[in-house]
Design a binder for this molecule. Structure first.
Ligand code: ZN
Length: 302
């Protein structure tokens, strides 16, 4: 009995001891797991901080790149502005030969071909356009490629436009509305159909009509341009290419500031053909090319 009792006592003691050891082991494991978990959380937090710092650095780099781009753009604009000033100076230098290529009565398919030549030769020009709702793409291309659009009235209808200054400027406004819709810009540069000295207008508005309209144009802030070199491409329905080239090159020998009249109406295919030779011939004579602006010579015929 005594033996049994002491055995049982020992067993209980062992069970208690083993349980205590297990419990201690489990507690130890749990504690270690908790320590590990805390380490993981800490590492994660550090990683997150690093990532945030990385992101901040990347944002700063992006910001610097953006500022760099802005500075480069501003430099580019300044360079262009300097070139413009340089050209304006040359425009006022009586010895500098400048050719102002001008094309009337477009837009048409010929305008597109002319734009191709101008792009290839890197030459700016001025287009005195009329209203053509079906060719809005062409007005846009003229502006997009750095050329200048002038107003040649919407209808180009002598009897209608030359009745009075009111009818004339209503037609000019109609074209400017269309231009503004397509290109976002109105134009203050003007060429009168037939030129400022045309006499056809008398049949519509009387003998003083061009005096009235030219004065009103200036009063309304327009600058009007005639020409001092006639390509003769309107003297015939289809003029010979050689006559056009010769007329321009001979005519330009008489002046250092050549405002050259040409046409890009649908029938004027030979003008397109003559253009490369005209540009090369003028370059050989020492001309540089410019589109018209408010400071350019008006080459007024009247
Ligand atoms: Zn015309």
């Amino acid at each position: 009995m005594v033996n049994n009792r002491s055995k049982r006592g020992k067993n209980i003691g062992m069970i208690v001891a083993i349980t205590a050891i297990f419990t201690a082991l489990i507690l130890l494991m749990l504690w270690q797991m908790q320590v590990k978990a805390q380490e993981v959380i800490k590492i994660n937090q550090e990683l997150q901080i690093e990532q945030e710092q990385n992101q901040e650095l990347q944002d700063i780099i992006k910001e610097i790149e953006k500022q760099n781009e802005e500075i480069n753009n501003e430099l580019e604009e300044l360079k262009e502005e300097l070139e413009r000033i340089e050209l304006s100076k040359k425009q006022n230098d009586p010895n500098q030969k400048i050719a102002y290529l001008t094309f009337d009565d477009g837009p048409s398919d010929n305008t597109l071909k002319i734009l191709d030549v101008l792009k290839q030769k890197n030459v700016p020009a001025t287009f005195f356009v009329i209203g053509n709702e079906g060719r809005k793409d062409v007005y846009k291309r003229i502006i997009d490629e750095g050329h200048v659009i002038g107003n040649h009235t919407y209808g180009h209808d002598y009897k209608g436009i030359y009745k009075s200054p009111q009818t004339f400027f209503a037609d000019v406004d109609k074209l400017n509305d269309l231009l503004e819709e397509v290109t976002g810009e109105r134009t203050q540069i003007l060429r009168f159909p037939g030129g400022s000295n045309n006499t056809v207008s008398r049949h519509a508005g009387g003998s003083g009509i061009m005096d009235e309209i030219t004065k009103a144009a200036i009063d309304n802030g327009y600058k009007y341009f005639d020409w001092n070199v006639d390509s003769q491409d309107a003297s015939k329905a289809v003029q010979s290419k050689d006559v056009i080239v010769k007329s321009v090159l001979n005519g330009s020998s008489q002046t250092n500031k050549a405002v050259i009249l040409m046409h890009d109406a649908p029938a004027k295919t030979t003008t397109v053909e003559a253009l490369p030779e005209i540009i090369e011939g003028l370059r050989a004579k020492g001309f540089i090319f410019k589109s018209l602006d408010e400071y350019s010579p008006g080459a007024h015929l009247k």
